[in-house]
Design a protein around this ligand. Sequence first.
Ligand code: C2E
Ligand code: CA
Ligand code: CA
Length: 706
Amino acid sequence: MGAGIAVGTGFEETLLEQGPDAFLLLTADGTIAYVNAAAEALFGYPREQLLGVQHTILLSEDERGGFLRIFGRLGRGGQAAKRPFRAAGRRRDGIEIALEITCSLVTFNAGAAMAVAVRDADHRNDADSGRRLAVSLLDATLETTADGIVVVSCEGQITGINDQYLKMWGMPAELVAAEDPMVLIRFIAGQLAHPEYFLDKVSTLYADRSLQSHDVLEFKDGRTVELYSRPQKVADTIIGRIWNFRDITSRQRAQDQARHAMEELAEQADKLKELAFQDPLTGLANRMLFNERAAAALLTPEPVHVLLLDLDDFKEINDVLGHHAGDEMLVEIARRLQSCVGPHGTVARLGGDEFVVLLVGCRDSDAVAQRVVSALNAPVSIEGTLIRPGLSLGVASRNDGSMSSSELLRQADLAMYAAKEAGKNCYVHFQPAMLAALLERTQLTAGLRRAVELGQITVHYQPVISAERLDVVQFEALARWDWGGQLMSPDDFIQTAERSGLIRDIGAEVLRRACSELQPWLAADSFRSLAVNVSGVQLQHRDFAERVLDIAAWSRVDPHQLVLEVTESVFFDADTHVISQLSSLRAAGVRVALDDFGTGYSSLGRLQDLPVDVVKIDKSFVSMLRTGVEKLPILTSMIHMARSLGLKVTAEGIETPAQARYLMEHGCDALQGYLFSRPVPASERQNAVRKSAAAIAAMDGIPLPG
Ligand code: C2E
Ligand code: CA
Ligand code: CA
């Protein structure tokens, strides 16, 4: 439009050109279309550099937003628009100058332009510099803030407004140009969910210029806006009101989401807490809840008893009938337990088939224990199979004095194991001696473990004499714990080794040593053999047979010269796996001897079914033979029966020549005992052989029993 404006020539032009005030003409888009000489002088630019350029070049940076506002106002012909106002200008040399500006609208055929008269205001005594500062600060705030702001003077004039404000309300610029705050207020109210509230607020604020307020306004479209309103002051004078709108929709949403999430979490936490204290299968209390209740009970002076029980053979039920049946069984046990225990008790499942009852304030825990044993032991039908659950129950009590719940539980545990050993389906009270026994056992286990690592397990050999050859044909390897020169007897550690599983390493070590120490002696005569004791625990390991044959191969001992001594207990709950281990060993030539024969219960009848080659008649039978003239029908029938089944018979524990004679006469194939030699270390084996020969020779003079 600028090029379309023609300034006339002649008197007016001269006046304009040479007038005292700086004078500019701005087009509707803010470009400079005309400047006079005074303007050139004031700003320090030659005319050519100003024409066609944006007018903002002449304003200080803080002032550059106001043009359109003024232009709009002029367009509406408001009186206020024509009043002079202050602004900060900027000269070509960068220096800022105080200006007083007056604007008016000029209309041409081509459109509207703005005539601007500018006067240097520096000379004025700047009484209201505070106001200018406030205004310039406000303008800066308006441009940079994310809030929508409108400032209305006490006279009802809009003195500040920013883009954010227009955007927030979707407010057309014309509406602002209307210069009427009420128009804006109505426009805003139209978009609110509760317009009356807003309008009330506005009138309250209008009534009292000094009020501050903070409100939250809800839009119909779901947005939320915070309104801060406070007076605009210069020094202590209120000159207007600032309306500050802040869109907090996303903040609000985030807060809502956070609150919602918190509520959900709290709900879940409640559920988790419930679950955390409950055994999911049986609905009983779990270990945590038990501990909590036990700890609370132990703070009271009441008697507190703990009944700990586990089911015998539960694993078999699981294995044979399946896990579903196992679960059903556990649920039934839980139900029975609950019914045995009155209101004083908490029944908890500690896991697996282990249950615990906490009795608080109960005067007769024995009665409850007895009730539990009888109730649980009654038959239950699980998936059509009638099962009688077996259990072992240990009881520990705190009658007075301080004790922790874990201590109580440990004592009950020891008592429970004692109940198992006492033959199951009974309850046993904790005794302090049980603790001592346990301590001894655990110390022994630790010591034994070290002994295995340090190679302190050694082997002694006891000769076995053939009745036919009257010569040593076998050595039995017997483990010794060489404890710093002091030998410990296997009776003192084999049981512990079996319990801890260490027997596996010990057994392998004994076999390895015995094979390598006896290899030359064995190799010299294929009739000779080596006997090694084997525990049931060792046979439970899948690779047992393989390990034995490996060691034989490694030490170059013919498996035909190996005898493994097992007791009949390994066949009691013989799974097919134990039998097959022994079968494959026998297939490789290894012989199996039934040790301590006669001390078991069922072996006489079952002997023919067992995969054994030799029976070793226990020394308790041999010791019955004192003079050699006793009638010992059991002993002789054992020998005959074994022989009739094609088994070889060895008698052990022979201490007198008479015993030796008697056993030989009654058909024993081999003899072993202190009469011939005690077990000796490998280095004294020759001695043992000589001693044995001497004992055999001495037997000649002994008359046969009559
Ligand atoms: P066992 O297999 O019955 O071994 C025979 C035990 O009787 C040996 O005791 C032996 O010293 C003793 N003995 C031998 N002749 C006589 C005698 O004339 N009179 C008397 N009163 N006793 C005699 P030891 O060496 O103390 O072994 C005890 C038990 O320890 C063995 O009994 C065996 O069951 C077990 N054992 C020993 N070594 C091992 C081993 O390496 N592995 C396994 N699993 N058990 C072993
Ligand atoms: Ca033996
Ligand atoms: Ca024996």
